[in-house]
Design a protein around this ligand. Structure first.
Ligand code: HEC
Length: 290
């Protein structure tokens, strides 16, 4: 009987101790001489639960300023996403003037998997670039990952592509048309203020809503990216995990060359506010078979 009672008692003591450890937060008054006890409780807990760091804080009750042992906090690491163009296969051959469908998957430890609908397809971007010289496309593919222009990184996180496409008109004018209109006399400040404050009557009767949370400086970076990149005939910027594009040269007559597809995804970081974001990209080359 006594042995059973001993086991029940020590068992409940262990459960209480484990519950204390699980809380991982000890707050003891220094000026009451309990500090040593808090440290020994910490070391006991570390022994019980192994290598898991125990976070504890010591409150100086006389001044009521909590002092936290930051070094003991577990560090959260953001894992990199993995972007994969699953079709077509790299180095596939295509005939000129055909429509090519493509599909991309993204998998990220924190954000989830695109195949389960956990990644918004609107956050996946695909650049389709024509190279008249296939060898140059292959050389480009081998370059180390390049840093994106800040305006492109910024525009991808906003709602702009809901209404604008680079080469075709959606609700708003195509970015390439905007570039053609303003390229000769660009006024970054004015165009950026139209994005921040909203715009109506310049392109038609449909208004662009305001973006009051977008800082003017970021809007200027975006306008700079639009004007520098969107009127190039050999490159298009698409959005989504699935889509298609025309396998044809910008002039429509060339019969040699290759296309480079670059898919990218920027994850949300550990804190969902992008401060520790990582971008991954995948590239494939498609060649002409005829
Ligand atoms: C709800 C749809 C919608 C959204 C979202 C939207 N736009 Fe627009 N945008 C339009 C329309 C419509 C116009 C044409 C407005 C006009 O005629 O004045 C326009 C015009 C523009 C212009 C040309 C302005 C000018 O002065 O000629 C730029 C540049 C532009 N948009 C960039 C952006 C950017 C960058 C974003 C994202 C921050 C964005 N748009 C979001 C619909 C939209």
């Amino acid at each position: 009987m006594t042995i059973i009672r001993y086991f029940i008692l020590s068992g409940s003591f262990l459960i209480v101790l484990l519950a204390l450890c699980a809380k991982l937060d000890f707050r003891f008054p220094v000026d009451r001489g309990d500090f040593n006890f808090s440290l020994s409780a910490k070391s006991i807990c570390e022994k019980i639960i192994g290598s898991q760091p125990v976070q504890y804080s010591v409150a100086d009750w006389s001044k009521s300023i909590p002092v936290t042992n930051k070094a003991a906090r577990p560090l959260q690491k953001n894992n990199a996403p993995v972007v994969h163009i699953i079709s077509p296969e790299s180095n596939s051959l295509f005939s000129w003037n055909t429509m090519i469908p493509y599909a991309v998957t993204v998998s990220d430890k924190e954000d989830g998997q695109s195949k389960f609908g956990e990644i918004a397809t609107t956050e996946v971007f695909v650049e389709v670039q024509y190279f008249a010289d296939a060898a140059r496309a292959a050389a480009y593919q081998k370059l180390p990952q390049q840093k994106e222009p800040p305006g492109y990184t910024a525009i991808k996180k906003l709602d702009c592509f809901n209404c604008h496409a680079v080469k075709s008109k959606l609700i708003g004018p195509a970015f390439q048309e905007i570039t053609r209109k303003y390229k000769k006399t660009p006024n970054l400040e004015l165009l950026a203020s139209h994005i921040v404050k909203g715009s109506t009557g310049i392109w038609g009767n449909i208004s662009m809503p305001s973006h009051p949370d977008l800082p003017q400086k970021d809007a200027e970076q975006i306008v700079k990216w639009i004007l520098d990149h969107t009127d190039k005939p050999d490159i298009d910027y698409l959005r989504g995990t699935e889509g298609s594009f025309w396998f044809r040269s910008p002039s429509g007559v060339a019969s040699k060359g290759a296309f480079l597809l670059k898919a990218s995804y920027t994850d949300h970081g550990t804190d969902n506010n992008y401060t520790s974001s990582i971008t991954d990209q995948d590239m494939i080359i498609l060649r002409s078979g005829k």
